[in-house]
Design a protein. Structure first.
Length: 288
């Protein structure tokens, strides 16, 4: 009987394994070959192996480490702000939304707009010479910062990213908050716990898995950001807003350095795999 069940399991897994091998395995092998080859758009079908020179080029490129620095700072900062603001809104608006759930729809509207469109919209709104925001700031206060210059672009991008994706964190935290059992809250109230103590010692610990998951989802999304940053500022003055995704894009399409771009992608993949493996190991140790 066990043999039959194992055979059925293999039969169910065969389409999934075939799909992964076809759509992920083959491109991964091709990319590994390109990363150790001298290749251009003219020689895509016949790359010449050249060793690990592409990896050395990437690792010794100041622009690569600058892109890593930008992506790390941007990913951590936006994830932290989005989670803090989303948590506050989830707790503050929970009583209102429990009575008028239809209000959830307008709160989710920013998620319905493509990030590239958000970038283009804010590029027009914040444009130094034609944008309405700098115009009215100049009219009312006599001066306006250049939102998209090298000194302010990072914070402008952070605010734009936060405004769009805070509703995502808010939605997750709201669902986790309302899922806290009512009898637990009632028991805490009978024991004389204040609302603040109930939140700190009971509700937040129960919401902790959702908080951690939301933070890492938003960090990963912020770290690999491309579309709204590229539409709003591009690589920025002196590469000040070049994320790792934009770095790979420029190396591939603008420089034609396919081997260098793929090598950077492989390095990013291996680093991400190491981080995920470490988190999985820590989670396993915590369960033990």
């Amino acid at each position: 009987m066990a043999i039959v069940h194992r055979a059925e399991g293999r039969a169910y897994l065969t389409p999934l394994v075939g799909f992964l091998l076809l759509f992920l395995g083959f491109p991964a092998i091709v990319n590994l070959i390109y990363s150790v080859s001298t290749v251009s758009f003219q020689t895509l079908r016949s790359p010449s192996l050249s060793g690990f020179g592409n990896y050395l080029t990437v690792l010794t490129d100041h622009g690569f480490w600058q892109a890593i620095s930008f992506s790390m700072r941007f990913g951590i900062l936006t994830a932290l702000i989005e989670c803090l603001v989303g948590l506050f809104l989830a707790i503050f608006l929970a009583p209102l939304l429990s009575k008028r759930s239809a209000l959830m729809a307008p709160l989710m509207l920013p998620l319905m707009v493509a990030p590239a469109m958000i970038g283009l919209m804010y590029r027009l709104v914040l444009h130094e010479f034609a944008g309405p925001v700098p115009y009215y700031l100049f009219e009312w206060f006599g001066d306006s910062p250049a939102f998209l210059d090298i000194n302010h672009a990072f914070w402008t991008l952070t605010v734009v990213e936060t405004l769009q994706w805070t509703p995502f964190a808010f939605l997750l935290f709201y669902m986790a908050y309302v899922a806290v059992p009512l009898d637990v809250r009632e028991a805490a109230s009978l024991d004389g716990a204040s609302a603040l103590k109930t939140l700190w010692w009971i509700e937040l610990p129960l919401m902790l898995p959702t908080l951690v998951i939301a933070f890492f989802i938003r960090f990963i999304d912020g770290f690999r950001v491309f579309d709204n940053v590229y539409a709003l500022t591009g690589s920025g003055a002196g590469g000040s807003t070049t994320s790792l995704s934009i770095y790979i894009y420029q190396a591939f399409f603008k420089e034609g350095a396919i081997g260098k771009a793929v090598a950077a992608s492989v390095i990013l993949f291996l680093a991400s795999l190491a981080v995920l493996y470490g988190l999985n190991w820590l989670a396993g140790r915590r369960r033990i």
